[in-house]
Design a binder for this molecule. Structure first.
Ligand code: FES
Length: 202
């Protein structure tokens, strides 16, 4: 008595009960499943926030506006984790990106001159971040500052054609209770040096 031989296209592939067609069907299903899982994982990770609060690229919660120094107080305060200088100017709160707009050196606060000075090529900026002189092409970049009350943003850094306008705190309804947040994921480029109100004619 002879064993049954597989018909054409239904050759056995080494396991009893599975022919080539079934094997290919299973393999196709597994491949599609893996592809779907990969796509799902990619979407999941894409939707996740890439930076956590309190790390550079994310948001920094600075506490209530009442904890800010009075407007005009110097020196500005450096956040090394956030890479910004916080300065409460007469017109509002600014977070100045710590990196020089010329070639990327870290500028420093000069206590004797009451301004920022870059040790690399001598660019200088006011305490508000405005360009004074040197090879830097623009004033200092700024991160967006938000004033948040009960989970709602009530004021934020605005950009106009000529200036970056910080959110004011003094004299507002949220003067004491709202929270100050610096978003280091949103950087606004400083305005061109030629537009700086502090620019020295050279
Ligand atoms: S990097 Fe600051 S002046 Fe050149």
């Amino acid at each position: 008595m002879s064993a049954k031989t597989p018909s054409q296209g239904e050759e056995a592939v080494g396991q009893p009960g599975i022919n080539r067609r079934e094997f290919l069907t299973y393999a196709w299903g597994v491949a599609m499943g893996l592809l779907a899982a990969e796509g799902g994982a990619a979407t999941y990770f894409f939707l996740l926030p890439r930076f956590r609060a309190g790390e550079f690229g994310g948001k920094f919660q600075l506490g209530p506006t009442s904890s800010l120094p009075p407007p005009g107080t110097l020196p500005p305060v450096l956040s090394t984790a956030g890479k910004y200088w916080l300065v409460h100017t007469e017109v509002g709160v600014k977070a100045l990106y710590q990196v020089c707009t010329h070639l990327g050196c870290l500028y420093k606060w000069s206590e004797s001159n009451q301004r920022f000075e870059c040790p690399c090529h001598g660019s200088k900026f006011t305490a508000e971040g405005d360009y004074i002189e040197g090879p830097a092409p623009r004033s200092l970049d700024q991160f967006v500052v938000e004033i948040v009350q009960d989970g709602v943003v009530v004021a934020t850094t605005q950009e106009t054609e000529d200036a970056i306008v910080p959110p004011a705190v003094r004299g507002t309804p949220w003067a004491l209770s709202a929270q100050v947040v610096v978003d280091t994921g949103r950087r606004i480029l400083g305005k061109p040096a030629a537009k700086s109100p502090a620019r020295r004619a050279g």
